[in-house]
Design a protein around this ligand. Structure first.
Ligand SMILES: [Zn+2]
Length: 165
């Protein structure tokens, strides 16, 4: 049983007196910066309790057994940027057909449109938004969320046009 005094201000000292406990660092949500507890299991996706963004533990590139908590919407957005660059470079450098390029752009529009619609909906519902590495709350977050919803609808409209090509 613990013999530590409840009035002791040093929490780490209390953990040190209990050898069966491990002082794990608390992981913060990459979107709303609140403590995520419990963490999602490996290979599973759990919504953040505060901002509802889909979170998962993903392996870091540098260390094989190290994981970080990631917002999947942000990950897909990063992948979209890389894929767009590759598509444009491939179009410029290779003899890619214009129709094939347009189909590629259509697929990318669908991906980013879906991300914007989900993120915009969550921003308007929770009043928590992270855009351009800045966290915003309240009415501002809801306005940005509405903007993301509008941009997502435009992207989906372009997807429909692209499918008809
Ligand atoms: Zn969160």
């Amino acid at each position: 049983m613990t013999t530590t005094s409840s009035s002791h201000p040093d929490a780490k000292l209390q953990v040190g007196r209990l050898p069966h406990r491990i002082d794990l660092p608390r992981l913060l949500c990459p979107c709303c910066e609140q403590i995520v507890s419990p963490l999602p299991a490996l290979h599973s996706i759990e919504p953040c309790r505060t901002c509802r963004r889909p979170l998962a533990l993903v392996r870091t590139m540098l260390l094989q057994r190290a994981y970080r908590l990631a917002n999947l919407l942000e990950l897909i957005g990063s992948g979209y940027g890389v894929a767009t660059s590759i598509l444009v470079i491939a179009f410029v450098l290779s003899g890619m057909d214009v129709r094939t390029f347009a189909k590629g752009v259509t697929i990318l529009m669908f991906v980013i449109g879906s991300v914007l619609l989900v993120d915009g909906t969550l921003s308007t519902r929770t009043a928590i938004d992270r855009s351009w590495r800045r966290l915003r709350f309240g009415a501002t977050a809801r306005v940005i969320g509405a903007g993301k919803l509008a941009a997502g609808l435009v992207a989906m409209s372009l997807t429909v046009i692209g499918l008809s090509l």
